[in-house]
Design a protein around this ligand. Structure first.
Ligand SMILES: [Zn+2]
Length: 491
């Protein structure tokens, strides 16, 4: 009995000691994160985050982080920004005009990005996206250019940066113009370059493992010196609703990147972009939007898992601007009667493919057989109780498609050029009572959530430039700038 009491005391004291260690540990890391993971949902604001929760009926991980802030996104020249000016602000702390990639107006000064600053501090760097790697958001962290569409210039600079991890789409921007100069695996892709440089080969010569498939990514042997350049697709990666098993999810990419970057005892900076929330919002395609947000959320979960094992990591989840003016609730009338306040997010739950997939496929089908195209839409949206009126609208649109083909123009030609696709998206949004005010971006402020050391600095209402400044301040630095020296052209 006595022994039992004694051992109980020992156990109790041990428990107290362990509890004290646990309590003291976070204090030691209180303000300075060794590493930072910045998740950016392109086009994602609080509305996208909330509607996704309503559709799937569960809390998003990104909405459970303890600290919440909000920021405005206007560019130097407009209240409604683009992805380049907004990512420049978030990466460098500078307000620039739209389309500028981390440079001043004349393209003579390169504004230091938080990724470059991490490198300056001896930390590792990773850039992940579901768009082409040269797209505006990743570009603003890894390159400097007067215009976001200077693709070759942006791709070439990535090679010079010597960051540890690049993953995304857009292999076409890194392979030689002529087929005969390309490596075997890249022969079937058309290049967007105007020269014969094989950047994949050059990356490989600099010690990078070149990755083109999910299998290669999963088989990667990670060591201290691992550097990866992964461009999985010719252009953007597919929407989550259309993704096949041969391509990794953003969450899988994030988990591998974290493994590579955490080899560095000095820490790292990782930017993870859910890049196609924006594209789906431009198209006013509500089901695709929520699946893209969910895919980003799974990546956030990978970040939070990492945080639980590495408490010296700061996790941030924000966006670059709002796209679509997406609203929870729309209309308010049922026919000509006041319908009250309602929303039917369940209408989006059974959709099986993205708007790109369905609009194209139903277009092709409508050219031959309009009624069959309507059947395909019903089946793919997983909706069995369309009203007579809705079915008539769809059939009319399918018949117009048969008669006019591509001459039937929509008001949203860039993101939804198919009249039948445009029509079904409108019906789908109406049924779910999701409203849209724009085919473009809006000036709506952005929600940011944060966890880990330094996260409390991100509460409040501020400008997007503060994101970069706050991250830099947590590392005890300010972001600099330097003149851009023109290099002689490489033949
Ligand atoms: Zn954007």
């Amino acid at each position: 009995m006595f022994i039992l009491v004694k051992s109980r005391r020992v156990i109790l004291s041990l428990l107290v000691i362990i509890a004290l260690i646990f309590l003291a540990t976070p204090l030691a890391w209180a303000d300075n994160p060794k590493s930072i993971v910045l998740f950016i949902g392109d086009g994602m604001a609080s509305n996208h985050r909330t509607i996704t929760e309503r559709v799937f009926g569960k809390k998003l991980y990104m909405n459970t982080l303890p600290i919440t802030g909000i920021y405005s996104t206007d560019a130097a020249n407009t209240i409604v920004t683009d992805s380049a000016a907004s990512a420049t602000a978030m990466a460098t702390g500078q307000k620039v005009n739209t389309e500028y990639v981390s440079t001043d107006r004349r393209g003579k000064i390169a504004y230091e990005t938080i990724a470059e600053a991490a490198r300056r501090l001896g930390k590792s760097v990773g850039i992940l996206t579901t768009t082409r790697l040269t797209h505006a958001t990743p570009a603003c962290f890894g390159a400097h250019a007067r215009n976001r569409y200077y693709i070759k210039k942006i791709a070439d600079q990535y090679l010079e940066q010597d960051f540890e991890v690049w993953m995304g789409g857009g292999r076409r921007d890194f392979i030689p113009k002529s087929k005969e100069n390309r490596q075997e695996e890249d022969k079937n892709i058309s290049s967007k370059r105007s020269d014969e440089r094989d950047l994949l080969k050059e990356f490989s010569q600099k010690g990078y493992t070149i990755i083109r498939t999910k299998a290669e990514l999963m088989a990667l042997n990670i060591g201290e010196d691992t550097k990866v350049f992964a461009a999985f697709t010719q252009s953007h990666m597919p929407y989550e609703l259309d993704r096949k098993e041969d391509l990794p999810s953003l969450a899988e990419m994030t988990a591998v990147a974290l493994k590579i970057l955490s080899q560095n005892p000095k820490g790292f900076f990782l930017m993870v972009e859910g890049g196609k929330i924006d594209h789906a919002s431009h198209a006013n395609a509500p089901a695709t939007v929520v699946h893209q947000v969910l895919a980003l959320d799974r990546a956030v979960k990978a970040g939070l898992d990492f945080l639980s094992r590495h408490p010296d990591t700061l996790i941030l989840v924000g966006g670059d601007h709002e796209t679509g003016g997406m609203s929870m609730g729309y209309g308010g009338f049922k026919g000509d009667k006041w319908g009250g306040y309602f929303m039917r997010p369940d209408q989006l739950l059974n959709v099986k493919h993205s708007q790109d997939w369905l609009a194209f496929k139903s277009y092709r089908m409508a050219r031959r057989d309009p009624a069959k195209a309507v059947e395909l839409i019903k089946e793919t949206l997983g909706i069995s109780d369309f009203t007579e009126e809705e079915l008539k609208k769809l059939l009319d649109a399918a018949e117009l498609t048969k008669r006019e083909g591509k001459k039937a123009r929509t008001p949203n030609m860039t993101y939804m050029p198919y009249w039948l696709g445009f029509t079904y998206l409108k019906i789908l949004s109406d049924r779910a009572r999701v409203g849209w005010t724009s085919y473009s971006h809006t000036g709506h402020p952005i929600l940011i959530t944060a966890a880990g050391p330094g996260s409390e600095k991100f509460s409040g209402f501020y400008h997007n430039t503060e994101i970069a400044k706050k991250m830099a301040a947590l590392w005890g630095i300010t972001l600099g700038s330097k003149p851009i020296v023109k290099k002689p052209r490489k033949k």
